[in-house]
Design a protein around this ligand. Structure first.
Ligand code: PMV
Length: 319
């Protein structure tokens, strides 16, 4: 019986989220948490859609499957799909993009087509655009290729990225990630919050994203030069600019100020959130235990991840 398992990592935006939707660069990194998609051929081919039994993400998966059906002129009816993941969902760690990338990878192998990460990334970008309107493509790109990436969408058909030949330095204190939760979708924030801000005052918006671009550059330099003090200062500046962009909730701002007052630095990572929490907060402190204690006080789950993980990967192929 044909069985294919493909996995894809989560990601973090170290800098440049939102600005990247508007043509500025982003610095993104794959993480050690992964999502697994397994396609199993049913012994008895069914006539119904293979994903009807999935409770969540059903529409999104349908979109992905239809995209592949259209691309390869095929029709899927004979497999079941199983998903397991340790990437927090809807938190800014790329769980949706990991689902798209891994599913596309698995479908392509299932069809016996050549393994081509560039193609997987392009198809994932199409699916992501469907999901949140104005996607930059930074999520599927880092999730497909892994590592630490400098990414930029110059034009809708021209996306460039550079897989950086260095890592987050071992000398840096490990980051702590805190999940502050969020109620809005990426689309709500990209289109509803930031899109509106751009329309209301295009001049001020351009100035703001130009400042974010500058931070993305200097943060990349600080990582390259292994300058942790600079890195932390830039994380704080980055956070302030994201607050000005309007994507950080009051409660998350308060939490981040507490981190800063205790001697650390922190920023949201990804789309953010305004109504309740703001998704994942990336935090650094000489004493990571202090961050974990603070997160506990706020009743936010906290954890650590390895950075710079491998991109989309074939786990098991039984034909
Ligand atoms: O994956 P999220 O929800 O963390 O957001 C991705 C980053 C954005 O810049 C906000 C959107 C995009 O398409 O790049």
């Amino acid at each position: 019986m044909k069985r294919v398992t493909v996995s894809a990592p989560g990601k973090l935006h170290l800098s440049g989220e939102h600005a990247v939707v508007h043509g500025k660069p982003a610095l993104v990194v794959a993480v050690g948490k992964r999502l697994y998609v397994t396609l199993t051929q049913n012994p008895e081919p069914r006539t119904q859609n293979p994903i009807v039994n999935l409770k969540t993400k059903k529409d999104y998966l349908s979109t992905i499957i239809h995209l592949i059906e259209k691309k390869y002129q095929v029709s899927f009816t004979d497999f079941s799909l199983e998903i397991t993941s340790d990437i927090p969902v809807g938190a800014g760690m790329g769980s949706s993009a990991a689902l798209v990338v891994a599913t596309i990878g698995a479908l392509i192998i299932y069809l016996g087509k050549p393994w081509n990460p560039q193609e997987i990334n392009e198809l994932a970008f199409q699916a992501e655009k469907f999901q949140h309107g104005n996607a930059s493509g930074s999520d599927p790109t880092v999730i497909t290729h892994g590592g630490l990436l400098w990414y930029r969408k110059e034009l809708e058909f021209l996306k460039t990225f550079w897989l950086l030949p260095f890592k987050i330095p071992k000398s840096f204190t490990p980051f702590v990630l805190v999940d502050t939760g969020r109620t809005e979708s990426t689309k709500d924030l990209v289109v509803g919050v930031v899109g509106k801000k751009k329309t209301q005052n295009p001049g001020a918006f351009e100035l703001l994203i130009a400042k974010i671009e500058q931070v993305t550059r200097t943060i990349t330099q600080a990582i390259h030069d292994e300058k942790e003090v600079d890195f932390r200062k830039l994380v704080t500046i980055n956070e302030r600019l994201l607050e000005q962009l309007g994507v950080v909730s009051n409660s998350t701002q308060k939490f981040i100020r507490d981190i800063e007052n205790s001697g650390g630095a922190a920023k949201i990572s990804g789309a953010g959130g305004v109504k309740t929490g703001s998704g994942i907060v990336l935090a650094v402190h000489d004493d990571p235990q202090k961050l974990m204690a603070l997160a506990k006080k706020y009743k936010h789950p906290s954890f650590q991840v390895t950075l710079g993980g491998e991109g989309v990967r074939r786990e098991q192929v039984v034909v």
